[in-house]
Ligand binder design. Structure first.
Ligand SMILES: Cc1ncc(COP(=O)(O)O)c(C=O)c1O
Length: 358
């Protein structure tokens, strides 16, 4: 049975063209700065984001950690959303490895933080208090339904940060999705942050890698931090070649994933007992490639039918999707390079038949 894998956009496999580019990559020792393909990727990434420089890292988690290590020191504080990936899903690395205290604020349903709340959260100079060093935003916002943060919002946060002499880091794991959804160049979205991380291994379809972009001075210091966390790689140009290929071939097509997500969402919205939208934002159609919905077992006449049970039924029909949330009543489906329009229609058939099962 063929599988339709909607668990994440990280599940894509390199295409034939990408594999060929990887096989042909010129390589060298990147710790010596001698890998020409990595150098090219870092230049291309910096250029796309309108930053002076970029650093290739093994993962989004590593690039976020390296950014945090570069911006702050032990006992400093970082303001971020309570649904931020960096807060929820990166193993507590900001505290455990960087010694940075997380000051969370509630994420609004659109993935933003209230500007007034940010302003109030910034500590005054006092020997008792941690020093606020960093504000971290996320665009698109994963747990807030893949919402794309508007450039004007980023500008407003940067203005607050500048007024207090602190920095802004952007977790842009899916920055190119935000750019496609808003029809705004990625550099415009990156402009309002001092450092920006984006992933090659999600919607862009590369097997590995993320880039951390910022000023030349920031990236020089970040390079030391990457080494410190064991992220200095050697002939990794083979991986960078996949990234270059992704930037060339897989950016324009992201809109197709967004169209597929919208079609999937329409279908879900028409199924009684499934409620489209992320937690706190029910009913809203997706802006990008992440489709969240709630499974309402009561409405389906079977209170034991939660998202975990539904995901088991779907798996038996060749469709993979992740249940989530404390109450296990939410589900996420993600469209990507390896999911076609036909797959979306098949998924809707599988969803309907799973719910008819008694
Ligand atoms: C918003 C966001 N940031 C960071 C990451 C971490 O990326 P990685 O899985 O490459 O460590 C993810 C992964 O899904 C993510 O969704």
């Amino acid at each position: 049975m063929r599988t339709i894998d909607l668990r994440s956009d990280t599940v894509t496999r390199p295409t034939a063209g990408m594999r060929e580019a990887m096989a042909r990559a010129e390589v060298g020792d990147d710790v010596y700065g001698e890998d020409p393909t990595i150098n090219r990727l870092e230049e291309a990434a910096a250029e796309r984001l309108g930053k002076e420089s970029a650093l290739f890292a093994a993962s989004g988690t590593m690039a976020n950690l390296v950014a945090i290590l570069t911006h702050g020191g032990r006992g400093d504080e970082m303001i971020l959303g309570d649904r931020a990936h960096t807060f929820l899903y990166e193993g507590g690395g900001s505290a455990g490895l960087a010694g940075i205290h997380a000051h969370t604020l509630p994420n609004l349903p659109d993935g933003t933080l209230e500007l007034e709340a940010i302003e109030e959260a910034i500590r005054e100079e006092d020997v008792h208090l941690p020093r606020t060093r960093l504000i971290t935003l996320e665009n698109t916002h994963n747990r807030c339904g893949g919402r794309a943060l508007r450039p004007e919002y980023g500008d407003a946060v940067l203005e607050i940060a500048r007024a207090h002499g602190i920095s802004v880091h952007l977790d842009g794991a899916r920055l190119f999705n935000a750019s496609a959804a808003l029809s705004v160049p990625p550099a415009r979205l990156a402009r309002s942050a001092d450092s920006v991380m984006f992933c090659l291994s999600k919607g862009l379809g590369a097997p590995v890698g993320s880039l951390l972009c910022g000023t030349a001075e920031f990236v020089r210091r970040a390079r030391r931090m990457r080494k410190l966390v064991g992220g200095g790689m050697r002939q990794a140009g083979i991986l960078a070649a996949a990234g270059l290929y992704a930037l060339e071939h897989h950016v324009e097509r992201l809109k197709e994933d967004h169209r597929n997500a919208r079609r999937l969402a329409e279908g879900i919205a028409s199924i009684p007992g499934l409620v489209l939208g992320a937690e706190g934002d029910l009913g809203r159609p997706p802006e990008t490639n992440l489709v969240y919905f709630r499974v309402d077992g009561e409405a389906l006449g079977d209170p034991s039918l939660d998202a975990a049970a539904l995901s088991q039924r779907l798996r038996a029909r060749g469709v993979l999707a992740n249940p989530l949330g404390q109450k296990r009543d939410q589900m996420r489906m993600v469209t990507h390079l390896d999911v076609s329009r036909e797959d979306i229609e098949e998924t809707l058939v599988a969803l309907r038949s799973s719910l008819e099962e008694t």
